[in-house]
Design a protein around this ligand. Sequence first.
Ligand code: HMG
Length: 389
Amino acid sequence: MAIGIDKLDFYAPNFFVSMDDLAVARDTDPNKFKIGIGQSKMAVNPVSQDIISMGVNAAQDILSEDDKENIDMVVVATESGIDHSKAAAIEIHDLLQIQPFARCIEMKEACYSATAAIQLGKDFLSNRPGKKVLVIASDIARYGLNSGGEPTQGAGAIAILLSHNPRIMELNDDSLSYTTNVYDFWRPTSERYPVVDGKLSKDAYIESFNTAWNEYAKRTGHEVKDFESFCFHVPFTKMGEKAFKTILNENVEDSIKNRLMEAYQDSVLLNRDVGNVYTGSLYLSLISLLENHEFNAGEKVCLFSYGSGAVCEIFSGSIVSGYEAELNKEKHSDMLDSREQLSVEEYETFFTRFDNQEFDFERELKGDPYSKVYLSNIEDHIRTYKTEQ
Ligand code: HMG
């Protein structure tokens, strides 16, 4: 029986900084950020949006009462964890009022873990007809003010509902994982920001993609031309493009190359305006692709998931007839268009307030119609969330 993505949504916080402004403030040519890295804006989260509230805000509009009765597992994928022990999935399960006899866990492996969560969910459902799994990928990408990674920051959450007979994408049984031990990007528990070797991270991403693709192609017999499009983990939009071009070689016809590169541009439109959302980046890109590219039922998408450290996976999904009806394109463009633009000075204040956990509700909550849930207090290390009526 087919198992896959039945519903899909995302939430990005209500504030952003433009790459033009950031480049000027950092005494850099704006084209480096806009063309060289390929980003236009980056989402900035207020203190009141943590990985839990963002995860709930991503899922709240897609879950029906029937879904909540039948979700037997909630998995949160994140590398912005707020507790070494308690899973963020427990709070999310509670805030979404999902039936109590569910398994709730949190998963970690840099930006890759949402894919591990999806594969776990797919296996979990294989002998549970009628049941569903909710996967939340929620992260706040921060490298520090004035750091090399600063233009590749972002924040947001993706909600993915897995079910039998899915309405958006069937997941095929062809996944291939590849693990290599590399210190390209990691987040020691003692550090506020990640430790990054920028150049090594770009090389490791491309090496992982090439090795995994060659093995995937060998094992499955699939060729580039078999896919209507490819979808990548997008730390910044130039990264996936650079990796993709390495396999669009002389063996691939020009017409196919052009079609695939056009589809790639469709797949990064949202990422360009949100920034890196770590675990959710591949799935934000999938939303962007589905909303902006036309598919026929049965056409296949090849997905490349990458998490520094490093683990990657290549797998594919087949488009389901009528998938368009399950998308929320208008809501997403309104959510991004209605964000408040911060000056670089204001963004720096937000950034520092986040580090010091200083709330400013008046400013943070005003005018965010897409946030029904927010973090309202932390006392004795217990987080309290409020729901807007
Ligand atoms: P940098 O060193 O400041 O920039 O940091 P650069 O010198 O590498 O320049 C970037 C590109 O802009 C280059 O193009 C320049 O030529 C070009 P490339 O050589 O790569 O093709 N450029 C210009 N283009 C047009 N006009 C100009 C101009 N000037 C320069 N005037 C870096 C860039 C990405 C390394 C940095 O932002 C960083 O460290 N980011 C964080 C790490 C990262 O995102 N790595 C990506 C791969 S690892 C990954 O995806 C995993 C991750 O998501 C984490 C996880 O898994 O958990 C990060």
